[in-house]
Design a protein around this ligand. Structure first.
Ligand SMILES: [Zn+2]
Length: 78
């Protein structure tokens, strides 16, 4: 398992996500952003909108996705 923070995934806080794959950690961050926004946390609104835009435009979002996958791959196992 590896750990990345909300901040490392483009968000504004230090909440940590733990997952076995980059895809899982990206999904965990997506969920966290949506939950934070649903709870009225405006700090996460910008990151949530950016995440949504990436799903809507996969070609444009691919750079972020590739960079995040690379960062995940370089993390030490915990
Ligand atoms: Zn966060």
């Amino acid at each position: 398992m590896k750990t990345m923070t909300c901040h490392q995934l483009g968000g504004p806080c230090g909440l940590t996500h733990t997952a076995a794959t980059a895809d899982e950690i990206i999904k965990a961050q997506d969920r966290h952003l949506r939950e934070a926004v649903a709870a009225g946390d405006s700090d996460h609104a910008e990151a949530a909108a950016a995440m949504k835009a990436r799903w809507r435009n996969p070609i444009k979002g691919m750079g972020w996705y590739t960079a995040t996958k690379k960062a995940f791959a370089e993390l030490p196992e915990t």
